[in-house]
Design a protein around this ligand. Structure first.
Ligand SMILES: [Zn+2]
Length: 262
């Protein structure tokens, strides 16, 4: 197995994973989407809400506000000693108190844990006119996306097979493919047609259609995958990949323990 990191930013990663089966690549993708635990608002006590939004709509919006997650600090509520009653080990509370005229933003949520705060400060939640009020306490807990989409830490996680482009001797340098390619994959260098950035290729095959000489062939590598991961900010991209791999490893270890008992 080989990994080549093409881009690693705070919220985005692009990498090439090679010498793995499609099943393994897919399990990594699925683990990133639905097995990495994330903190999200799950329960709300509303003391006052005279805004135009119903309690339910306001609650739904709050649930979808991405929160920074330090999963090591919290337990799943079902595994906690408090047996689901809620304690400092399995939940964090955020309070919101606002009176119009104003626009309530995610930054107005005051958290009991300085590490569990909204990732983006400027998410608008509700507009309050003069005299309108919102007062509430929200409880955030750890969950996974299999339970609810609000616990999904990635906004995009996908892969494609690595494209392979072959240019044969038949090429007469008409440059029709250079113009036809919407992503600018081809270029002419020293009187020869060459492939520039292969990772940009989406295998749309517009180049093969444009080439009258039939000089271009498009294929793909079966065991090499180009991954793109974008997080919602609850984790950085590096930690998402690492936690997804840990989850796969944990499941394999669990299975191995079970099998050893036979
Ligand atoms: Zn607890």
């Amino acid at each position: 197995m080989k990994l080549e990191m093409l881009e690693l930013k705070d919220r985005k990663a692009k990498f090439v994973l090679s010498e793995v089966t499609p099943a393994f690549a897919n399990s990594l993708r699925r683990a990133m989407i639905s097995d990495v635990p994330k903190m999200a608002i799950d329960y709300i006590d509303i003391y006052d809400n005279t805004s135009v939004l119903f309690d339910e709509m306001l609650s739904l919006r709050l649930g979808l506000v991405p929160l920074k997650t330090n999963a090591g600090m919290y337990r799943f509520q079902k595994d906690c000693d408090c047996q689901g009653a809620g304690c400092a080990l399995c939940q964090a509370s955020l309070t919101l108190s606002a009176e119009g005229p104003c626009v309530v933003h995610s930054r107005d949520l005051k958290s009991s844990d300085p590490e569990t705060v909204p990732v983006d400060q400027n998410i608008p939640l509700v507009e309050l006119k003069a005299g309108q009020k919102v007062v509430l306490t929200a409880v955030a807990r750890l969950g996974i996306a299999k339970e609810h989409a609000k616990f999904q830490p990635v906004s995009a996680s996908g892969y494609k097979n690595l494209p392979v482009i072959s240019i044969s001797q038949k090429c007469d340098l008409c440059k029709a493919c250079v113009e036809a390619c919407p992503r600018g994959v081809f270029k002419v260098e020293k009187g020869k047609l060459v492939v520039g950035d292969i990772y940009k290729c989406s295998m749309c095959k517009l180049c093969t259609e444009a080439c009258d000489a039939g000089a271009i062939g498009i294929g793909s590598e079966d065991r090499t995958f180009v991954f793109t991961v974008e997080t919602d900010g609850s984790y950085n991209a590096h930690d998402i990949i690492l936690n997804a791999v840990k989850s796969i490893k944990g499941k394999a270890e669990q299975l191995s323990q079970i099998m050893e008992a036979f």
